[in-house]
Design a protein around this ligand. Structure first.
Ligand code: ATP
Ligand code: MG
Length: 250
């Protein structure tokens, strides 16, 4: 569904991504793990078009949304994301839940969720997805009129994920959803990621919590200072002594 082919990204002269290649297949949870400053957020921001690609290519392939409507001639989508502005990438169904729970602090929970759906023109689908978000995060339903900025850290993380889901994404990019959460809430968030995936969502999960991420993921990539240094099935990475030493604290 998503292919990064030797992607290079710079901040001015700083070479942040040095030729990253990775793939995410439809229905998978793929995790990108790495320490502070490895380039995880940079990778997600490059995919979503917030940062420009200096070299390499990013492809997005999917069946068209209308395929279920029975149009027999519907061709699969195969698009170079790196040539599109961020708003077009979002419109294709690539939705990012940003690092650090970047919700709209002054908007209410309800307004934040509505912002996630702002580009949609299917009110029935929006209502359906709202119900789904409330099922995943009952807490949000209890706090609809509360300003986002006054939610607890964990609740803000739920809202950031819920808002991303409200855009009815094809692929969800999650940037450290467990960051700063108490252990019990971390477990809950990873359980919810499992549930969202079980409902059919394709997910690229960026995490510093390598243990938990590899437990929910199908496959993983290890990023070190802008390079992918290891990749494979999540179980193999969990059992890899190099990963255990560097990322699992074993
Ligand atoms: N706006 C920027 N200007 C210059 N350098 C930047 C900028 N944003 C990030 N960098 C640098 O790019 C590198 C990768 O940063 P990035 O935010 O992608 O790391 P990360 O893996 O997400 O780390 P963390 O786990 O701490 O969030 C770092 O060396 C960082 O200092
Ligand atoms: Mg980051």
């Amino acid at each position: 569904m998503l292919i990064l082919d030797s992607v290079h990204t710079y901040y001015g002269h700083i070479h942040a991504l040095k030729g990253i290649s990775l793939t995410v297949n439809k229905g998978e949870v793929v995790t990108l793990i790495g320490s502070n400053g490895a380039g995880k957020t940079t990778t997600l921001n490059t995919i979503s078009g917030v940062l420009p690609t200096r070299a390499g290519a990013i492809y997005f392939q999917d069946s068209p949304r209308s395929a279920g409507d029975g149009s027999p001639n519907a061709r699969d989508i195969d698009i170079r994301l790196d040539r599109l502005p961020a708003h077009d990438v979002a419109r294709l169904g690539v939705s990012q839940s940003p690092e650090g729970r970047k919700i709209f602090a002054r908007l209410t929970v309800q307004e934040n969720l509505a912002m996630g759906a702002f580009a949609r023109s299917d009110p029935e689908g929006v209502l359906h997805d709202l119900e789904r978000v409330f099922e995943l995060f009952p807490r949000l339903k209890e706090r609809l009129s509360q300003p986002g900025g006054t939610l607890s850290g964990g609740e803000q993380q739920m809202l950031a994920i819920g808002r991303a889901l409200m855009s009815s994404p094809r692929i969800l990019l999650l940037d450290e959803p467990s960051m700063g959460l108490a252990p019990l809430l971390v477990q809950q968030i990873f359980q919810i990621i499992r549930e969202i995936n079980a409902q059919g969502m394709t997910i690229l999960l960026v995490e510093q919590n390598a243990q938990a991420a590899l437990q929910v993921a199908d496959r993983g990539y290890v990023l070190e200072t802008g390079n992918i240094v290891l990749s494979g099935p999540a179980g193999d990475l969990l059992a890899n002594p190099q990963v255990a030493e560097a990322y699992l604290g074993i």
